[in-house]
Ligand binder design. Structure first.
Ligand SMILES: C[S@@+](CC[C@H](N)C(=O)[O-])C[C@H]1O[C@@H](n2cnc3c(N)ncnc32)[C@H](O)[C@@H]1O
Length: 260
């Protein structure tokens, strides 16, 4: 009898710990199939400059214009400050930029603030009606479908009305309807941060591979093994990393492909 009670107590404890810590447990056991690399591998601009025997500092291309969203503001779908700095730095050396996923326009604003004066940025987004009527596949993650609806609630953006807005073209369009053939080999930088369902991430990535210039870079946001809402991003990137040279950037949720 006592042994039955002990087994029941242990089982109850295990179940309680699992329910309370399931996100951490899932992340711990989740496998990343993609090699993580140091940021310096992504581009030479991230290599530090020697100032003295015991001091290194940033090169000029990684000194960027930036801003933070105050913690009280409820803006959805956002990059970390470190990821935002990486994106801003790469924008400094990019004339033609394409973004899948505008949302509040935080990353678009950073691209516009930091890219050369004659740069052009195209960013794709959905309005709330388009998001509600979006087609999906049976394999698409339901949490990601719900997130698309929550994140498609802006028709004005952080860059609206600012002088650098003239660099930006916003297209309210389902990326599945985008004709990539109009933009073949055009972009220096493509940021994939649109819908996180399998069918959208696959669509956006296939189009990005066509649209990227020789020497250009594709960045994907939200490669977080074990996180439910990023499940399809991880699944797709793990799959294509078997034949495409895709790497994960250490201490970020970013993956990248250099078109060399
Ligand atoms: C995660 S948010 C983008 C966040 C933004 N890059 C940032 O960091 O500030 C996702 C965006 O993708 C858009 N989106 C989702 N699915 C899309 C689709 N199929 N076509 C175009 N845009 C899509 C949503 O409307 C939303 O604007």
């Amino acid at each position: 009898m006592i042994s039955v009670i002990i087994i029941l107590l242990i089982a109850t404890n295990i179940i309680t710990i699992y329910l309370l810590k399931r996100k951490k447990i899932k992340k711990y056991f989740a496998k990343s199939f993609i090699k993580s690399v140091n940021l310096e591998k992504v581009n030479k601009i991230f290599e530090s400059e020697k100032i003295s025997e015991n001091l290194y500092g940033p090169k000029k291309d990684v000194i960027v214009k930036s801003f933070c969203i105050p913690s009280g503001q409820d803006i959805v779908g956002i990059t970390s400050d470190y990821e935002a700095w990486i994106l801003s730095s790469l924008s400094k050396i990019s004339k033609n930029i394409f973004e899948f996923g505008t949302c509040s326009g935080k990353t678009t604003t950073l691209m516009a603030l930091n890219s050369p004066n004659d740069s052009k940025i195209i960013t794709l987004t959905l309005d709330s009606n388009q998001a509600k009527n979006l087609s999906s596949d049976s394999q698409d993650n339901k949490v990601s479908i719900r997130n698309i609806i929550n994140e498609s609630n802006y028709n004005k953006f952080i860059f609206s009305g600012k002088e650098y807005e003239e660099k930006i073209s916003v297209m309210f369009m389902d990326s599945k309807k985008l004709n990539a053939d109009e933009y073949l080999n055009k972009f220096d930088l493509i940021f994939i941060d649109g819908g996180h369902t399998y069918s959208i991430i696959e669509n956006d990535s296939i189009k990005a591979f066509k649209m990227i210039k020789a020497g250009g870079i594709i960045l994907w946001h939200d490669y977080v093994p074990g996180k439910t809402s990023d499940k399809d991003v991880v699944k797709y990137l793990n799959k294509i990393s078997k034949y495409k040279k895709i790497f994960h950037i250490e201490n970020t949720s970013l993956c990248y492909f250099n078109n060399i």
